[in-house]
Design a protein around this ligand. Structure first.
Ligand SMILES: [Zn+2]
Length: 397
């Protein structure tokens, strides 16, 4: 793998990542193909809309259909007939979402309203994953059997999948984990990183993940540890604190410690406001299930000219009765296949009737919308007018 920065504007950077399966431009938004498919979209759709890289989930593919079967069938690229760069995560995040995240009932960022609700909430029941010093034990959510993921095993699975960029196994803590627990987890993450470096497939590019929760000294310790190792790039992962401001603070502590010439991936974040705030702080790569997940739930992205703003998170809900007779496209500024051919009224009808084509059309628009936004962000960096574009979208700089 090779990474070249072609332009910098303040802390934001334009770059190109080259892999065995071609290259992609950064800053990049990476659609998620959890089970070797970007939900509801075909490779032809991805090609047409200009997707340059996707991210698949190691843990899910390990369970179903199994990394060994995928290897037997020629690897992930051949299996899904996708010939561009593929990234796989380490499986560590699933230990969080099925373990501590489930126990604490939270995501990567816990907001205060949520925390208040939580105090009165009962424990949510079964944890599906538990962590010890050597690895993670999962209860297979399909069969109920226990499965084990260790650093070596994560490297082996990702090698079988044959993805271009892989991640070292890490322990993702919860925003509700205290400092003592987070420090212990960090020791594990660092030990696991060293093991992954020992065992990873040299044909793949291995990224290390900076952890440490919302604690400044732990994040700094983790960044310093990771940059001394031979990683091709770095993820910033785990709990990103209790608010969006905490997340930005974490990025500001970590970024100055990372080498300029390696890509930085903020794992699992992809809201429009976050992308703007993180690109200006030097993040190059984002992945998120948001565009396809929101699409399936009826939420479609709109730009500022259609009334999109940080309060409505740049989304309309297509079910709203005000769209019943609306002959306009989802977004007048969007030139995607869906916006060129179909009205809000038609999409509302498809959604409310549960028509299958709704899922494809809605997912198509949302993914396309994110890709074009990234085009505009890259263009604005290149022309040194990033903050003008940000102001146009967010209303602040
Ligand atoms: Zn569109």
């Amino acid at each position: 793998m090779d990474f070249k920065i072609t332009h910098e504007y303040e802390n934001s950077r334009l770059g190109v990542v080259k892999t065995r399966h071609g290259k992609f431009k950064t800053p990049v938004f990476i659609p998620v193909a959890t089970l070797a498919s970007v939900r509801a979209l075909d490779n032809k759709d991805l090609e047409e809309m200009g997707v340059e890289v996707i991210l698949a989930n190691t843990y899910h593919l390990f369970l179903r259909p199994g990394d060994k079967l995928i290897k037997k069938l020629g690897g992930l690229h051949k299996f899904m007939n996708y010939n561009k760069p593929i990234i796989t995560d380490s499986g560590g995040f699933q230990a969080f979402s099925l373990g501590l995240g489930m126990e604490h009932g939270v995501g990567k960022i816990a907001d205060n309203i949520f925390l208040e609700g939580l105090r009165s909430r009962e424990y949510r029941g079964d944890k599906w994953a538990s962590v010890d010093d050597e690895g993670i034990t999962f209860k297979n959510h399909i069969t109920g059997e226990l499965v084990r993921l260790t650093p070596k095993k994560s490297m082996e699975i990702q090698s079988n999948l044959g993805s271009d960029i892989i991640f070292a196994l890490d322990e993702c803590t919860s925003p509700l984990s205290d400092k003592e627990y987070t420090a212990e987890a960090l020791k594990r993450t660092h030990r696991w990183a060293e093991e992954c470096l020992k065992y990873y497939d040299r044909k793949q590019a291995l990224f290390g993940v900076v952890q440490g929760g919302e604690y400044r000294d732990l994040r700094i310790k983790s960044a310093k540890f990771m940059v001394e190792k031979e990683f091709a790039g770095f993820g910033i992962g785990g709990s990103l604190g209790k608010s969006k401001q905490d997340m930005l603070n974490i990025i500001e502590w970590v970024i100055p410690l990372l080498p300029e010439d390696k890509p930085r991936h903020l794992l699992g974040i992809g809201a429009i406001e976050d992308i703007f705030n993180c690109v200006e702080r030097g993040i190059d790569m984002f992945d998120c299930v948001a565009p396809t997940r929101w699409a399936r739930r009826g939420h479609l992205y709109i730009s500022p000219i259609e009334g999109g703003n940080k309060e409505n998170k740049f989304r309309i809900h297509i079910q709203n009765s005000r769209f019943r007779e609306d002959e306009n496209p989802i977004d007048r500024e969007c030139d995607c296949y869906v916006c060129k051919n179909y009205s809000r009224a038609y999409l509302r009808h498809l959604y409310t009737s549960g028509e299958l084509i709704y899922f494809r059309l809605a997912s198509y628009h949302n993914v396309y919308f994110m890709l074009r936004l990234m085009d505009r962000i890259r263009e604005a960096i290149k022309e040194n007018r990033y903050f003008e574009l940000k102001k146009e979208w967010l209303g602040y700089v």
